[in-house]
Design a binder for this molecule. Structure first.
Ligand SMILES: *Cc1c(COP(=O)(O)O)cnc(C)c1O
Length: 394
């Protein structure tokens, strides 16, 4: 943390530009970029003291790097977390959490509507190492309770979910986890701490893909695991330092600059997303709009309790199925046809044939992802231009 400022009580906007800064002897104003793999010691005795943990300080950038440390402290301040460790990507964050906190024989309960690679990680890779995962569909906490086993050590949820924006009750899931002797981890990628702070509702761990809203400009990959000291330092940190999926100093520096504008970007993106969702509800070709900020959303009240607003992602079903969905996507000239999200540039994607294309048609149908579904991650362009671009294919 900065040595001059007590961060207690400062607003999110202030923390996003100020938290974590530690200036060098040169007194640089902006965050410094330390591109160095190792750090030099004054003597053999100092090296020995650092390596044996008797003296704090940097040793090697797989363990710590000053630029990465600024990123960790800033994100921890935004999420209200005791500890944060940065990882090379969002998936590396989920893997590091799992490797740090779980062992063979443990059981995980996970929402069915999580990021595709997360399904493959829990359902495929970790299964080979003896960790069993039950995927629960539906937002009703009773389904999670029913999936609990004596061996359950982790509940894992993304809220709102991708691409259907289902909202899960974090406090209810935290209570189920606590009673079962498990931890609750929330992937907060869709909201970021600007809209939702899962630890405030009782979650134990927060996962981030910093690739999305934290960078916010589609430039670099990054991730983070946040939570209490005993969970993060005693569990996850050892895996990260030994196995090495650490965040690069350069990426940390880029993401730090993105975080400075996180709140104003998201406020603008959420305002546009709400207007777009309302407008889509008026279009005769649109069968259904999925957006937590709309009163028609099934968990609208819960979303407004947990989140500051509906978020930047809007999905909608077209009456004409895949053909109609592709016509809208191919009709765009401005929007980017790409699966990434959280960028200042609006992106449009057809989940059934891209992000969710590799799962079976039955599993896709069970997850509610129809052939007519289109997902838009709203950027910072003028809303009229986004609407005009969509109207061509509508
Ligand atoms: C993108 C994403 C991830 C994975 O993050 P990467 O940085 O691409 O590894 C995890 N969860 C959610 C919700 C995502 O959107």
């Amino acid at each position: 943390m900065t040595d001059r400022t007590d961060l207690q009580g400062l607003s999110l906007d202030t923390l996003a530009v100020r938290a974590g800064i530690e200036r060098s002897q040169f007194g640089e104003h902006a965050e410094a970029l330390y591109l160095t793999s190792s750090f030099v010691f004054k003597s053999a005795a100092e090296a020995a003291a650092r390596f044996s943990n008797q003296q704090p300080g940097n040793i090697y950038s797989r363990f710590t790097n000053p630029t990465v440390t600024v990123f960790e402290q800033r994100l921890a301040a935004l999420e209200g977390a005791e500890c944060c460790i940065a990882t090379s990507s969002g998936m590396a964050a989920i893997l590091s959490m799992a490797m740090g906190l779980l062992k063979a024989g443990d059981h995980v309960v996970c929402s069915a509507g999580v990021f595709g690679a997360t399904v493959q990680l829990f359902g495929g890779i970790l299964k080979r190492f003896g960790i069993d995962t039950t995927f629960v569909s539906g937002t009703d906490p009773s389904g999670w309770q029913a999936a609990m086993r004596p061996q359950t050590r982790l509940l894992y949820v993304e809220t709102p979910s991708n691409p259907l924006t289902e909202v899960y009750d974090i406090a209810a899931l935290a209570e189920i986890a606590r009673r079962g002797g498990a931890l609750l981890a929330v992937d907060n990628c869709f909201c970021s701490p600007a809209l939702q702070r899962p630890l405030d509702f009782g979650a134990d761990v927060v996962i981030h893909s910093a690739t999305k809203y934290l960078d916010g400009q589609g430039r670099v990959l990054g991730g983070a695991v946040l939570g209490k000291k005993e969970v993060i330092y005693e569990g996850v940190l050892g895996f990260l330092r030994t196995a090495g999926p650490t965040l690069s100093a350069f990426n940390a520096w880029v993401i730090l600059k993105g975080m400075e504008t996180l709140n104003i970007r998201l406020q603008a993106q959420c305002a546009s997303a709400l207007r777009l969702a309302q407008w889509l509800e008026q279009q005769p070709q649109v069968a259904r709009v999925y957006y937590p900020g709309l009163p028609s959303h099934p968990q609208h009240a819960l979303a407004m309790k947990q989140q500051k607003s509906g978020g930047g992602i809007v999905s909608f079903d077209l009456k004409g199925g895949k053909e109609a969905a592709w016509r809208v996507i191919d009709g765009t000239r401005l929007l980017s046809i790409t699966a990434n999200l959280g960028d200042t540039k609006t992106t449009i994607t057809h989940p059934a044939t891209t992000t969710h294309g590799r799962i079976s048609p039955e599993a896709r149908a069970a997850a509610g992802i129809g052939d007519g579904l289109v997902r838009i991650a709203v950027g910072l362009e003028g809303i009229e231009d986004i609407q005009a671009d969509l109207l061509r294919g509508l």
